[in-house]
Design a protein around this ligand. Structure first.
Ligand code: NAD
Ligand code: SER
Length: 310
């Protein structure tokens, strides 16, 4: 067990509920925090109510627990962000600035800040999107995360903060439902397949997007954070790839297990968000710098999701 004290913000969300449990296997003291109350296994360790927009509260909590690392997950995702852009900008930007400043003031050893494929936009090359390319995001979520990447790099370059980041693709999991993103269909489809043997998809059938199964995302996040600092060449955010598929591909995979499963399509405002994002990601920097390699493909993930998404 390592002796660092780790704070996780936004711990009640889709990633946090699984990341906290994984971190508690490595670190003696992992404090989960969120606006909401803890539920389920999160209650088995320390938990604090924390609004990341309240800087004095964040600072007090860091001092009280002698926090040495922060995983800053709290944010507003793409689809929810488009419904209230001002609010999303405030949570994503002011929340991150508070984390960065409190981390500097308290001499934290490491900070994790998740970025996203949403930092890319309609003018970005869509297939095998490179690490360094045109980035003109057109959602408030993407704009805030791209600005966040620049702040992260700035704090590393100018202030020496050891901050690390990944551009997560759409994440698929069954422990906690997805929290208001454009890729949420790829979670919901498995729950509804098990409940009703049918699903109405809010994206068109051939909308390919980069995706990843949660066990890979958790393993990759911890690998990045555990890598020696001199291996981390990128301090904005690493491209990070698992698999790539469209709704019709998931449906075809589900039909292999459930021959009477039916999918229908009723695209909504999330279609144009999805169309502005890459279809697949080139993550060769993550492979070279800290040895990234995913375990799960669509077939292996579908078997596991259908067994557990209930
Ligand atoms: P989520 O929406 O499931 O969870 C976010 C959590 O943050 C929620 O529990 C919410 O209560 C909390 N929160 C919101 N505002 C807060 C505030 N002011 N103070 C404290 N907590 C607050 O999100 P997630 O899917 O777990 O994503 C976590 C991070 O990973 C986010 O930064 C997101 O942008 C990023 N990310 C997620 C995905 C994905 O597919 N899930 C993909 C790319 C990037
Ligand atoms: N899954 C996220 C979203 O759809 C991508 O960052 O918002």
């Amino acid at each position: 067990m390592q002796s660092d004290t780790v704070l996780v913000t936004g711990a009640c969300g889709q990633i946090g509920t699984e990341l906290v449990l994984a971190l508690r296997k490595i670190y003696n003291n992992v404090i989960a925090s969120d606006l909401k109350d803890a539920t389920g296994e999160l209650q088995d360790g320390p938990f604090e109510r924390l609004d990341v927009l309240h800087r004095p509260g964040l600072n007090d909590l860091v001092k009280k627990h002698k926090v040495t690392q922060i995983y800053h997950l709290a944010a507003i995702l793409s689809a929810t962000g488009e419904k209230n852009p001002e609010f999303a900008w405030r949570v994503n930007m002011k929340g991150l600035r508070n984390i960065l400043d409190v981390s500097m003031e308290n001499n934290l050893s490491k900070v994790f800040f998740p970025s996203t494929i949403a930092v890319f936009g309609p003018t970005t090359p869509k297939v095998n999107t490179p690490q360094y390319t045109v980035m003109e995001p057109n959602t408030i979520y993407g704009i805030s995360k791209q600005a966040g990447e620049r702040w992260a790099d700035y704090y590393f370059q100018k202030k020496g903060l050891d901050i690390r980041s990944i551009r997560y693709p759409g994440l698929i999991s069954y422990k906690t439902k997805a929290g208001g993103g454009t890729t949420d269909y790829a979670v919901d489809i498995y729950f509804e397949a098990n409940e009703k043997k049918s699903y109405e998809c809010f994206l068109k059938e051939d909308t390919a997007l980069p995706m990843m199964y949660m066990p890979d995302a958790i393993r990759g996040t911890i690998a990045l954070m555990e890598a020696p600092a001199d291996k981390i060449r990128i301090r904005s955010a690493y491209n990070f790839s698992g698999m790539s598929f469209a709704p019709k591909d998931v449906a075809a995979e589900i039909v292999k297990h459930m021959p009477d499963f039916k999918i229908t399509y009723k695209p909504d405002f999330r279609q144009s968000i999805a169309e502005s994002w890459p279809q697949s990601i080139d993550d060769s920097y993550a492979q070279q710098d800290w040895g990234w390699k995913p375990d799960f493909d669509l077939a292996k993930m579908t078997t596991d999701m259908l067994a557990n998404a209930r």
